[in-house]
Design a protein around this ligand. Structure first.
Ligand SMILES: C[S@@+](CC[C@H](N)C(=O)[O-])C[C@H]1O[C@@H](n2cnc3c(N)ncnc32)[C@H](O)[C@@H]1O
Length: 330
């Protein structure tokens, strides 16, 4: 989950409304400043049935994201700009976006075309999953202490979506080259926007590929946040997930179809000292049950989230073939 915006917005202090209560869903005339708008939007979100989980996990951070984005204020300035008055155009835009957020349950990052990941802003639209992976924490730390060397190397990201992981990796590992794949041509268009935005096209190669098929060479690091929601859960998820590409969410009956393919084939694409970092989220126990002899390490995550497995090429070597059966992409 992109955390920087959360911290910035959460660190600002709660201001009182300029006056009046949130009586209905139209912005009251007395609500004019950024601080008052954040309070009012927060109250509207709280009294709706929207779900938080697409980059923010609470109403106030989401309200801050909306108001600061529309008013073009700096999140990291905290509450400094709480007294800034919104223009009539900004008020109208906030109203429209909030109505769509609540009425159609569109996740806020899609409405703003902006999501935060690893402390960076990313362009996002409905062609790609909204960045929120807890992998951000490991990436920002340069994958220490698991990566053998961070000086230079090569990484493969499978299922890059918006490109957020590839870009964050390239920024955290400034001498590395990265190949970032996706099966979705349209997701790769979004990734291209972000790779270009950060001026990283010389170090990040975007490739349309179905897992490892068509990927050549070996890498020091393979990282992936593949789809891992069990297909049968699609009807149970909050409406917000219905706006994301299904190919980015669902992966077979137990959610582990993609993870199995990655585990089976990763060794063939890792250097001897290489590392596989694989997110499976809530499917952790399912993965452990499916592969009880695979020596997976699950790093503690200080900033929330769960279910990221780390496994060395060495450990994948002898065991993977025996333990991970099924599809072979090579
Ligand atoms: C959970 S999303 C992760 C997107 C991005 N890496 C992130 O963390 O926000 C999974 C991504 O894997 C892609 N994907 C699904 N099946 C794939 C396959 N067989 N080969 C390559 N990519 C695949 C989806 O299109 C989607 O972009």
């Amino acid at each position: 989950m992109g955390r920087s915006i959360l911290h910035c917005a959460a660190s600002v202090q709660r201001n009182e409304l300029d006056g009046g209560d949130v009586a209905d869903s139209k912005i009251p005339a007395e609500v004019k400043t950024a601080g008052a708008l954040i309070n009012w939007v927060t109250a509207c979100l709280d009294s709706s049935d929207v779900f938080f989980g697409h980059g923010t996990d609470n109403s106030r951070d989401e309200a801050g994201a909306l108001v600061y984005h529309v008013m073009q204020l700096d999140h990291c300035a905290g509450n400094r700009d709480y007294g800034v008055r919104a223009s009539p155009q900004a008020l109208a835009e906030i109203q429209t976006l909030l109505d769509t957020r609540i009425g159609k349950r569109v996740p806020m990052p899609y409405l703003l075309n902006e999501a935060w990941f690893a402390g960076r802003s990313f362009y996002v639209d409905q062609r790609a999953l909204i960045p929120r992976s807890p992998l951000a924490e490991l990436i920002v730390a340069g994958f220490t202490p698991w990566l053998a060397s961070v000086d230079d190397g090569s990484a493969l990201e499978l299922g890059t979506g918006s490109g957020c992981i590839a870009v964050a990796c390239a920024l955290a590992l400034p001498h590395w080259k990265i190949v970032a794949t996706d099966i979705s041509e349209t997701a790769l268009e979004v990734a291209r926007i972000n790779v270009d935005r950060y001026g990283l096209s010389a170090r990040i190669q975007l490739l349309k590929a179905d897992m490892f098929a068509g990927v050549s060479g070996r890498f020091d690091l393979i990282v992936s946040n593949p789809p891992y929601v069990p297909a049968a859960e699609s009807d149970d998820l909050p409406a917000e997930y219905g706006h994301e590409p299904p190919v980015a969410l669902y992966s077979g009956p137990d959610g582990l179809d993609s993870a199995r393919r990655i585990l089976q084939n990763a060794r063939n694409h890792l250097n001897d000292k290489g590392l596989l970092v694989l997110e499976v989220g809530e499917q952790r126990e399912c993965l452990e049950a499916a592969f009880p002899r695979l020596p997976l390490t699950w790093p503690e995550l200080d900033r929330g989230g769960r279910g990221i497995a780390v496994i060395t090429a060495e450990d994948l070597g002898p065991s993977a073939g025996a333990l991970v059966t099924g599809v072979n992409d090579d």
